[in-house]
Design a protein around this ligand. Structure first.
Ligand code: GZL
Length: 332
């Protein structure tokens, strides 16, 4: 049974309570050492295994995590970005175990393949907190998870598409996130359920790996295969791929947001600006500001307190008018 820290997906206009870091930013290049790990000192040494730097969302998430896991907040952060390479990310976690850190935080690139290394962390007595994405491993192998409800995001995006296109024969292509990742799997599931029974036909679906270049090249392939007139709607699993698709659509001589409509997920600044400019038609937010909550979970777990197994951030959804109103005050 999922426990809700905050309700998910509030329709645009509702006040969202974002989980955001509140301290000054640590040096972005900072990486600590094993320091007082386990030495009984006040400093908590944390190994953080980040996915990489694949998108604007990821940059905002990394900034939030580094700001929260700062020296001023009592942490010695050892940061690793795995460049979207799962083997490298698992190797980084093994490195944290060998260094004897006090806690490990992971944003797992993909859901599967984590049982062994999480078991090694458990055997070493090092608690693991998951932030952002989830894993398929048994939940006794990690202390807690904080992130966004990816399936609800997909459902909200699909409901917009069903409302906007449902009664009209519509040809849709999908720009999928990283293959095997929880957001790609769950957003697709929620969206597909929401459009079931409508006249929206998914004619193609390929991964752009959550990157702008990936979205652009996949969209170029779709346009070559189906032509501008053969595609009515793009569902992009994140804004960076939607922004790449915009480039491809414009290069093909068509108008994104009009000739081909786009629905996306994340709500990063460039995506919201494209929505204001009419090049994207609808965006469902995925809040990346998880650092403060993740740091609080680490401190509670280290202190031996009982913590919620799952903590969800609040996400909003935006049409053009709501984006125009929200953009000036957004934190990322
Ligand atoms: C979602 C996050 C996804 C974003 C992408 O929580 O894992 O990864 O939607 C990012 O932009 O690359």
């Amino acid at each position: 049974m999922k426990k809700r820290f905050l309700s998910t997906i509030a329709i645009a206009g509702a006040a969202a309570v974002a989980l955001s870091a509140c301290s000054s930013d640590a040096d972005p290049g900072a990486s600590g050492s094993a320091g007082a790990a386990g030495g009984g000192g006040d400093v908590i040494t944390v190994g953080f295994a980040q996915t990489g730097s694949e998108s604007g969302w990821r940059s905002a998430n990394t900034d939030s995590m580094k700001a929260a896991f700062s020296a001023e907040n009592g942490f010695d952060l050892i940061f690793n970005a795995a460049d979207n390479d799962t083997a490298a990310q698992i190797q980084a976690v093994r490195g944290f175990i060998n260094q004897g850190v006090d806690a490990i935080v992971i944003a797992p690139i993909v859901e599967d393949g984590w049982d062994d290394v999480l078991g090694e962390a458990k055997d070493a007595g090092i608690p693991v907190i998951l932030e952002d994405r989830t894993v398929s491993a048994a939940d006794d192998l990690y202390a807690a998870w904080v992130g966004d409800d990816f399936k609800a995001e997909g459902t909200t995006a699909g409901e917009w598409a069903a409302t906007t296109f449902g009664d009209t024969a519509t040809k849709m292509v999908v720009l999928e996130g990283t293959t095997g990742s929880a957001p790609a799997n769950d957003r697709a599931a929620g969206f597909d359920e929401a459009i079931a029974g409508t006249k929206i036909e998914k004619i193609d679906s390929l991964t752009g790996d959550f990157t702008r270049d990936g979205g652009k090249s996949v969209m170029e392939g779709f346009l070559q295969k189906y032509g501008v007139d053969g595609i009515d709607l793009v569902f992009a699993h994140n804004d960076d791929m939607a922004l790449g698709a915009i480039e491809a659509i414009e290069a093909a001589g068509a108008t994104p947001g009009k000739d081909i409509q786009i629905v996306s997920i994340d709500g990063v600044h460039d995506g919201m600006q494209a929505l204001v400019d009419g090049k994207i038609n609808y965006i469902v937010e995925c809040n990346p500001l998880l650092g403060e909550q993740a740091a609080s979970l680490v401190k509670s777990v280290i202190a031996g307190d009982t913590v919620e197994k799952q903590t969800f951030a609040v996400d909003e959804a935006f049409d053009q008018a709501a984006a125009e109103a929200a953009l000036p005050d957004r934190k990322y």
